[in-house]
Ligand binder design. Structure first.
Ligand SMILES: [Zn+2]
Ligand SMILES: [Zn+2]
Length: 315
C-alpha cells in the first residue's frame, strides 16, 4: 500500500518572491509600513500598467505577464480567476468540448455507444474536455502525483460545461433569464465513489473533490450518496464490454441517501419538476459507471429524480 507523497513544507521549496517572501524579516523591510499617499497610489497603479505582474502558470509552470483587464481565453463560463493562473498558451491548447454531436453523452463526434444502448438511468451527460494524452497527463498530476493545488483549476474547467447544461435545462423549464438565473437547474450535486481500497491508496476521491469544489463555486449543496464495492481489476485495462459488465451492480446507495433525497425534495424551490441531481466524475468512457450509479440512485430515491452527468473529460 502506498500513500501519496506528503507536500514538503521546508522553506527551500518556496520561491523567495510573492506573498510568502513577506514573512522573511529581511524582505519585510523593503515594504512600506503604511499605506502610501494618494499621488503615490496613482503612481503605483501607473507602474502596474507599465510593468505588469509576472505570475507562474499553474499548468505549465512558466511565468507570464498578468495584465489588468486581460480577457480570459477559453470557452465562456470560465471564472474570471482563470486568466490569473493559467497562461493563454495553455488555455488555448486545452481540447475544450465546445460543440457536441451526441445529445445524450455530450460526445463531440459520432456516438455509436448511445445508439447501441437501449436506455440509460441518467438523462444526459456533458464533459469539459476531450481525454487526449495531454489531458490524461494533467489529470494524473492531480490524481497520482499529489499536485493538489490543481484542484480549483480542474474544477473551474467544469464550469463552462456546467453552465451550458444548466442553460439547456432552464430554457426547457421556461426559467432561463439572460440577466440572472431564476433558480438553479439542479437541486443537489453528488459524485461517483471510489472503493475503500482506492481511498486508502490515494487518500482522496477525485470525483468527490471536483464535485465539492464545483458546488461551492455555483452555490449548490454537494453530498456523497453512493458506495462502491471493492475494485474488480483496473477499469482502464478492460474492453468496452467488460467495463459495462463490471459496472453493473458495482454501486449501492448509502444508507442515508433516501432521507437526504426526501429532505432536498421538500426544500426544492421548484416543486413542479422531478428532483434534479448532477453526478460528477473525472472521466466518461463508456457511460457504464454513470449509468450504474444513476440506477442505484433511482432504486433508492423515495421521490422522482432525474440524474445528469458532468465529467471532467470525455474519452
Ligand atoms: Zn501555461
Ligand atoms: Zn453518446
Amino acid at each position: 500500500m502506498s500513500f501519496p507523497p506528503k507536500p514538503d513544507h521546508s522553506a527551500s521549496n518556496y520561491p523567495m518572491t510573492g506573498p510568502l517572501a513577506e514573512s522573511r524579516p529581511e524582505l519585510q523591510r523593503l515594504y512600506p509600513a503604511e499605506r502610501p499617499l494618494v499621488p503615490l497610489r496613482w503612481y503605483g497603479k501607473m507602474m502596474e500598467l507599465l510593468s505588469p505582474e509576472r505570475v507562474e502558470c499553474v499548468l505549465c509552470s512558466k511565468s507570464f505577464y498578468l495584465r489588468p483587464h486581460q480577457p480570459a481565453t477559453g470557452p465562456s463560463g470560465l471564472p474570471t480567476a482563470w486568466g490569473k493562473g493559467v497562461c493563454s498558451r495553455c488555455s488555448d491548447s486545452i481540447p475544450w468540448i465546445r460543440r457536441i454531436q451526441c445529445h445524450v453523452c455530450g460526445r463531440p463526434n459520432y456516438c455509436g455507444d448511445c445508439c447501441r444502448r437501449s436506455g440509460s438511468s441518467f438523462v444526459r451527460s456533458r464533459s469539459a474536455v476531450q481525454y487526449t494524452l495531454e489531458m490524461r497527463q494533467l489529470l494524473a498530476r492531480y490524481k497520482y502525483r499529489g499536485e493538489e493545488r490543481l484542484l480549483p483549476w480542474l474544477a473551474a474547467m467544469l464550469q463552462p460545461a456546467y453552465a451550458k447544461l444548466s442553460e439547456e435545462l432552464l430554457i426547457g423549464d421556461g426559467l432561463f433569464s439572460i440577466k440572472k438565473n431564476a433558480a438553479p437547474a439542479f437541486d443537489l450535486i453528488t459524485s461517483v465513489p471510489v472503493s475503500e481500497q482506492r481511498l486508502l491508496e490515494r487518500g482522496f476521491n477525485q470525483a468527490e473533490r471536483l464535485a465539492a469544489s464545483l458546488a461551492v463555486r455555483i452555490g449548490l449543496p454537494a453530498r456523497p450518496l453512493l458506495t462502491r464495492q471493492e475494485e474488480r481489476g483496473k477499469m482502464s485495462a478492460k474492453t468496452r464490454k467488460e467495463r459495462l459488465e463490471t459496472a453493473i451492480g458495482l454501486f449501492t446507495s448509502a444508507p442515508e441517501t433516501p432521507e437526504i433525497l426526501s429532505i432536498i425534495a421538500r426544500r426544492s424551490p421548484v416543486q413542479r419538476r422531478s428532483l434534479r441531481l448532477l453526478l460528477v466524475d473525472d472521466i466518461y468512457t463508456t457511460g457504464g459507471t454513470l449509468d450504474s450509479c444513476a440506477f442505484a440512485l433511482q432504486m433508492a430515491a423515495p421521490v422522482p429524480i432525474d440524474i445528469y452527468g458532468l465529467t471532467w473529460a470525455r474519452a
